[in-house]
Design a protein around this ligand. Sequence first.
Ligand code: ZN
Length: 151
Amino acid sequence: MDLRELYQDLILDHSRKPRNFRTLPSARCAEGYNPLCGDRIKVFVNIEGNMVKDVCFQGAGCAICTASASLMTDAIRDKTEEQAHEIFESFHRLVTSEEPPKAEGIDLGKLSVFAGVREYPIRIKCATLAWHTLRAALDKETEAITTESTD
Ligand code: ZN
């Protein structure tokens, strides 16, 4: 399998130097596990009012998983919870849908780099793990989630 296209510079950069790679005490937290690849991460999110004031993650994942989590934390900081859910939906469509994502006022910006992931079905769960984990944290779910119970 030729992953050169997939592992673009931005993904490599974020996987080598993940942003917001730390823990956040007393924040909402959820843990995600992707048994197909072995990715395991925790996402921490601090909500003030309905704003995402801080978000970070920690764990061990492959390059796609780590880069996706890293770019996700940058993308949803200072957004409302509702916007964070909308970005989740847009990102999810970007990596899973046959059709290009519809313009709905949500600019995925750098996250668009993950569009190529849909060509590699086994990598889709790597790319979406952080996002499912984020959603679990936002929804205050406390038990660990796995990609095998979500899609
Ligand atoms: Zn992975």
